[in-house]
Design a protein around this ligand. Structure first.
Ligand code: 13P
Length: 341
């Protein structure tokens, strides 16, 4: 393992003013997104859609540091035969790959899951590296509810995340470690804080036990937010203050960067929360976005599967990418959204 090179890539992924596009929706998830805009989820439609994003010159060259791909996409060619991975490299962004194989029910733990995909992962990582991937992603899912999460679910998911991260580094691939605490419940922000803190502490304990080099990874956490169904929604300032406090308490400064998931926040919430965190003064790590929905909802709607809408889709994508780029420097303001509209 060449840790200097892993650190160089991890640092480039979270460089100030840029963030990561999570375009790694599984076939099931992208079908849901396409259903919402009335587009059939065929292989060529998925290719056309992602080609539109990767050919968005302004967004890709100025605001996007890396793209997380799905297994199908990393092997796909653009309409003119150029591999999609090449389009990403040519824009100056780094190609990455989602390598987990989703979740399965966790025995003895009703309502909880464990993320799977460790079998044969070493071989798969070798192939992905040959195809151009320089970083990977593995997402663990922790739900908050009555009596959950259990320590069992937190432990097994942290163990799998660390196993994955160690295998990635051995294959010269930067692991994005993503322990996502869902925001679906009716819990308040303090409960989210407490659960996320337990999850992050356990995850870093496992990373140490399994000898993962913190300098060669990126953390992809949720923010501390109120559950979607909670009657009392925390303000932007409270989310920013509690999230930064939580991360400072749990994430060692040796980690080069943290890139948030959006997790069901609206586009503007995801942007304003990140922006507010950067108003809180110097931080020990790079802090940016790795959004899926909060970067893609607008371009998906603008495109709606029509060739004549490609330019509009690219404009919508570039706009969201620029807003988040500004937020990653603490330079975003809501008036910039209105101007664009
Ligand atoms: P969202 O930003 O839509 O949560 O997706 C990010 C991601 O990669 C989840 O694994």
């Amino acid at each position: 393992m060449n840790l200097t090179e892993l650190n160089r890539i991890a640092t480039a992924m979270v460089v100030s003013g840029k963030g990561i596009l999570a375009a790694d929706e599984s076939s099931g998830t992208i079908k849901k997104r396409f259903d919402a805009i009335g587009v059939e989820s065929t292989e060529s439609n998925r290719r056309d859609y992602r080609e539109m994003l990767f050919r968005s010159k302004e967004a890709m060259s100025q605001y996007i540091s890396g793209v997380i791909l799905y297994d199908e996409t990393i092997g796909q060619d653009a309409r003119d035969g150029t591999p999609l991975v090449k389009l990403i490299e040519q824009s100056g962004a780094i190609p990455g790959i989602k390598v987990d194989e989703g979740t399965q029910a966790l025995p003895m733990c009703p309502g909880e899951t464990v993320t799977v995909g460790l079998d044969r992962l070493a071989e798969r990582l070798k192939t992905y590296y040959e195809r151009g991937a320089r970083f990977a992603k593995w997402r663990a899912v922790i739900d908050i509810g009555s009596g959950i999460p259990s320590m069992t679910a937190i432990s097994v998911n942290a163990h799998a995340l660390a196993r994955y991260a160690a295998l990635c580094q051995a294959a010269q691939i930067v692991p994005i470690v993503e322990p996502e605490v869902l925001m679906d419940g009716d819990h308040d922000i303090d409960r989210c804080y407490e659960v996320t803190s337990r999850v992050l502490n356990k995850t870093f304990q496992e990373l140490r036990v399994q000898r993962v080099a913190l300098e060669g990874m990126v953390l992809k956490p949720n923010m501390a937010v109120s559950g979607k169904k909670c009657a009392k929604q925390a303000s932007v300032e409270e989310v920013a203050e509690k999230t930064v406090r939580l991360l400072k308490a749990c994430v060692p400064a040796a980690v080069p960067g943290i890139a948030f998931l959006s997790g069901g926040q609206s586009d503007e919430e995801a942007t304003s929360h990140l922006n507010a965190m950067h108003k809180l003064g110097p931080l020990p790590w790079g802090l940016t976005f790795s959004y899926g929905r909060a970067l893609q909802a607008a371009p998906q709607k603008a495109w709606s599967g029509k060739t004549e809408n490609v330019a509009a889709g690219q404009r919508a994508f570039s706009h969201r990418a620029r807003m988040n780029s500004l937020a990653s420097r603490g330079e975003w303001h809501s008036s910039l959204e209105k101007k664009a509209a």
